[in-house]
Ligand binder design. Structure first.
Ligand SMILES: C[S@@+](CC[C@H](N)C(=O)[O-])C[C@H]1O[C@@H](n2cnc3c(N)ncnc32)[C@H](O)[C@@H]1O
Length: 162
């Protein structure tokens, strides 16, 4: 089913046990309304589990691998909700969702080919990077081939208040 995230209660016919949101909260707008719609779709005691991008679980070696590529891009991934994500626990609370855990984990992605390099760079949210700069970043990132690239993902869980 394809539907707007802030109209969730209109498309779920009965209160649900859980809402899973994979890598969405950083882009779904307006976030307070999306969280309100999520709370409305959940049964009391039901849970929202969401994954969002983070950097907290990256090792020093990971950061050293990322740095030359980000320097070449002259930016880092920027998401539409960057300005409000720091206030996520408060926004969840305001929507009636009690945050119960927030955990950062490192995932190792083995970069085998230059196509893998492009996949990684394509997955970054880089709306303002010119094609020539992107091509230079692809060339710099080619040194990742044969190496493990660290990715950090945060899982946030919040429970709808009874
Ligand atoms: C980073 S992608 C994550 C996609 C997928 N959940 C995954 O984990 O592979 C974010 C997705 O949010 C979708 N999106 C953005 N705003 C939305 C909205 N208001 N309602 C529903 N989906 C939306 C985008 O189309 C995009 O597919």
């Amino acid at each position: 089913m394809r539907a707007d995230a802030d109209r969730l209660p209109e498309v779920v016919t009965a209160p649900v046990e859980a809402v899973l949101c994979s890598m969405g909260l950083q882009v779904l707008q307006p976030l307070p309304r999306v969280l309100g719609a999520t709370a409305a779709a959940l049964r009391p005691g039901g849970a929202l589990a969401a994954t969002i991008p983070s950097t907290a679980a990256l090792t020093l070696g990971d950061r050293a691998r990322w740095l030359p590529v980000l320097v070449t891009l002259r930016t880092r991934p920027r998401y539409p909700n960057d300005a409000v994500m720091g206030r996520l626990p408060g926004l969840l609370g305001a929507a009636g969702l009690e945050p119960t855990s927030s955990e950062d984990r490192r995932f190792g992605f083995i970069v085998r080919t230059e196509a893998d390099v492009r996949t990684v760079l394509d997955s970054l949210y880089l709306p303002d990077v010119e094609p020539r700069r992107r091509a230079r970043a692809d060339a710099v990132a080619a040194r990742w081939v044969g190496d493990e690239l660290g990715l950090s993902i945060r899982r946030v869980v919040a429970v709808r208040r009874r």
